[in-house]
Write a new protein. Structure first.
Lengths: 165, 165, 165, 165, 165, 165, 165, 165
């Protein structure tokens, strides 16, 4: 584990998002990054959200992941509360092909960015969090480099001599 | 004017939205509805926004209009701060055909609705505010009924005998 | 119940929309708002629709909810018949991601607004109806305020110490 | 001219649509089809619209063309008032790429069809009206056949020997 | 039956479209309109298509319905072969929400219109065919008027006293 | 020039497409590939189109480029007439963001493919035609390889030492 | 088989694409075209991809098929590595209706085209590969011509006398 | 300036993107972050791109910004070459509303994320880069906090007493 404090916080807007957001947690665990997690709706508990974000930052938190669906304001609202990097995961609730969540997260106004990843791609939010932390923690960077090398090696070993179809 | 207090507040996220949001102001003036107006970005001045919404409500405000573009969080964030009816105006910043602002406003999660009108249609936000106030203020309802009758009459008088093309 | 007359009418275009529109009815019941409900297609029974809207208004009705799918004209057609606030619920029939119903309802021409809520979000139409009525009925406003406080409290109580993933 | 009565009526929702709808008028004149034209908004003058449609039909009218933009209800509302064939022209007001008008016109519910043509393609509405009338009026069919032959001939004469680029 | 010849031809591009296109056949049978039906792909059997269209027209055929999915060229290709009114049914194959078939059919170039109905709405193609034929066959018009009256009556009889939710 | 016969034919649906399609011609000239060009609408001159395609193929033609807008049937209709490779260029007429032409060309049914390039990207159609011809003509392949090398070299020479902003 | 070397290579980005890409393999087998196949992610094993493409080309390979989903870079990345014709198959992973993969493949920048076929239409990629090879291999062209004739004949034999609905 | 080495590299695919990407450079200068900039097309100069990315990383570079339009592969291709955080800026070339570039960048496959910001929003890419660097450089974090406070203060000072419309 990186030191022994929480480096990443995972926020999500609804209990129903738990299954997808758990994929981010799994990746962080694989890389030994400690994290906390908070199911807090920006629209239903805005003050609790502000307190939680402030406390996370004051205790040394460094990166925030936030997943939300529909008019997915959670990542942007968090981004308005902190200068920590905020990674947004648009969750595809099944309407209009997921464009609602994607555009609600990525099209942030100038000066308040959200680092958006793909639809339902909570794992990538965690990989991105690792990449960000890795500019500060060389051990984590080494793990990422090794992980990438392993990915390439696995593919090479499964080519099947160009004869898989 | 309805009594002599502000019944409606018009919020918008950026000075550059002034020209479009002015159309809402014009309609409210035509119907004698007093209003205040606040260019406050939800993302850049969240605390000021919360204070202003709270003060407007505590002073007897009744309906809120909020216009925003891109990842248009302003109406939804205001809706999370009050139970007053919030009317959202998606502003078409020219990207992805305006779907970003429209979906960011209309696709609110359960329990926290925003009454969304058409793209750049600030005038309709004001007409809707009047319809809402009119359930309480009979004089305003009478004005709306007369206005609608006038619209129909104007069309009837300009039919040109079925011979306009 | 608010007084003892119908405050809200729920219209919908087809018997097949019953299940979704029932969610609006459930919310209104929870808040003690009396309502009537009418499955009337604007395209198949236009005169019956006009009569029903007129009667509802003449008997003191105050807010209309209308749900429709596909080329969802019902809310707009009702809005053309009354100055009461009309809340439109786009119903996602599964084609083009629901954009047909959403755009057919929200993109109303100037002067005749429809207060549009999210796709299939009939519950939010009812919450919005409550917010509108609440500007006139203080008891209802108090219920809404309490309901919002309860939502926030429930979230706070289920945070699980930041340790849910 | 076909007999000496109006065979086609052209409706449109707003004076601002005049320029585009005139292209339908031009085609009808070219083919000697008499027509009347009515700028009547379905939302602002619904009763006048109903009266005009009824009178057109009672006087022997046979085909209706209706152009509208945004939440383009005009063609569908007319289709609900008559069993005459109704041709809808979606007018691209510049929002969401014209999908609003197109989907609002074409996605009509079962039993009440609108014959939809392309965005802003008022000329094609008139050609379609001619094709429909031609099943009853042989002279008009002959004109259409000759017109199509002329189109093909013009192309053949302008091939430039395969050497135009 | 209208006289005793085929008035309508139903074309479709693939055997897999049979189930949906059968809904058009059912409506035509209900109204006593004789029809023939042809599963012919425009892309795989273009010459057979041209011969069939020509024969249908030469034998007194009057209206053509054509259903197709994906890059749905069938209705437009038929429209290029005849001046008979051609009604296009976009079939939603499940990709890009059906926009492929819809746009491929409705966005025809000037002079060669296709009367487009809603996605998978083969029934409406048949109702539209009836409306077109009805300008020539008064008995069919009477049936359509009666059918519409019945639709409205059914709705009126099932209102349930405004108490269905 | 490759031998001295036409290797490529460029078809397009309307004279108004000339300016964009000329970009394909320019690339072919740069690579010394002879071509012919034909402005023939599939919908207005279907028989002339069939004759021209057949003649081009019988005279040794090898690749076809076809550009079209709106419900862009031209490339697919040509593909139904020949087994030569057909490259489709969707032309953005300004409606629905060009999705109409793109989907009308790319979503061809099984067995009859069209090789689709980007919106308005007629130049790429010509580069693709060169790549296809290059599997047979080694001189052309050598030119393509040299061209690509030149592209990379130009970029390397204009890097400005990492200091261009 | 054409000579006895690999003429076509099929690349795809993920093992999960195997089932769809197999349809391309089946078509190639039917036409006696030899092929190799490689599941190599452009993003996870870029160097292996470059080596494999280079080797395929150096050993006389002539056409490449590449299928990918989401931000489908694989076909374009391969196109940047070779002047061989590259055919891209957008795979619909279920998000945003497949527009992500389609646009990521077809909208290539000038000079580096990808021949794009329809969503999930791997079979058409193979038919297109055959058409391309057929400009060089007359036997393959003869097979394609016969195949097309058979398609048309099958349709003619299954017309059912115009009486299938 | 942070130390005296390059912390950020800005890549973009085409000279024509210079004007928009310059906005990222301006923000970095305002915050005293040193950067280099490279106009390198992933498709036309892939090897140069790989060398440049490798060199930037080996010299201590920490964050990469990459802007691209159309089938915008540049950010994803760079992300495949390094574990440094890569921020993608989709550039709206005017086709399909910018969805091509947005989806091509954001929908990256698992394990290889790109931190995507809004369309043409190069400034936000730079603000995000600052947020990322700020987890390591406290001085930069202090500047960001001050900057945000200034934004809020400016809004508060320009409220105009609620009287701007």
């Amino acid at each position: 584990m990186l030191d022994s404090i929480m480096k990443v916080a995972i926020f999500f807007g609804s209990q129903s998002d738990t299954a997808i957001m758990k994929k981010a947690a799994d990746v962080l665990r694989d890389f030994g990054v400690e994290f906390s997690s908070y199911p807090i709706s920006a629209h239903r508990a805005g003050k609790l959200l502000a307190q939680t974000v402030e406390q996370f930052e004051s205790e040394g938190g460094e990166v925030i992941i936030a997943g939300a669906g529909l008019a997915a304001h959670l990542p942007g609202v968090i981004a308005s509360m902190t200068v920590l990097p905020v990674i947004g995961v648009p969750l595809n609730g099944g309407k209009v092909g997921g464009l609602d969540a994607l555009l609600s997260i990525v099209q942030m106004p100038k000066q308040i960015p959200v680092a958006t990843v793909g639809l339902d791609n909570a794992a990538n939010a965690a990989y991105l969090a690792c990449s960000i932390l890795a500019i500060k923690y060389p051990d984590l960077k080494a793990k990422l480099v090794a992980f990438r090398a392993k990915l390439a090696q696995d593919i090479a070993e499964n080519l099947g001599g160009g004869n898989v179809l």
